[in-house]
Design a binder for this molecule. Sequence first.
Ligand code: SAM
Length: 223
Amino acid sequence: MDEDLQPSHVDRLAIAKQRMIRYDLQGRDIRDPMVLKAMARVPRELFVPAEYYACAYDDRPLPIGLDQTISQPYIVALMTQVLQVDSNCTVLEIGTGSGYQTAILACLAQEVFTIERLEALAKRARSSLGQLDLDNIRLIVADGSLGWPGPIQFDRIMVTAGVQQIPGPLLEQLRTDGLLVAPVGTSSLQTLTLVRKRPYGITSQAICPVRFVKLIGRHGFQD
Ligand code: SAM
């Protein structure tokens, strides 16, 4: 083919993103138009290491260094959809990782508070997020199993690393009638679980089996 007629690198990514939206998200059970819009808006290639640009829209997790991963697009969309985030919500995210999920949440929420344990990942996530037109994100480096420092509560909480049980401080920081989503199980296999805080206690709903890296911290797994 004439070189001028070959799709450019940018075109190839745009085509791959459209394919992801259509087949990997809409083709499964992602129906929320706001979630689909956010997934279309955020460039995943910005959040993956350069050697993975070409497969940025493959529906799989990819390595981001330090034995951590950027989550699979379908799971990012699913977790966002079940959390029912809207522009009135303040959201706490535990496990910033690459910052990709943070960006998706920030497209939908009033404000996103995100905590990453590893300084090097937080630094890279800050730089990637800084390239987007989003000014509603607060990112700190800390043990997220302890929650956000200080007396604050959130409408929604998303945990993006596996836990054996929901850390108590996170349940305390969830507002009554708020929603929390987390992978709950062992270090190698978890069930994506949606928790609702009611005035009389907690209800939880199993969504699907998932495999996440461990949440390491005081109320998580040991290092
Ligand atoms: N959602 C992220 C993305 O889109 O790139 C992927 C998150 S990755 C699967 C899980 C992240 O949780 C890792 O970056 C890991 O360092 C972080 N993590 C593990 N334990 C943590 C803790 N106690 N507090 C905060 N972050 C933690």
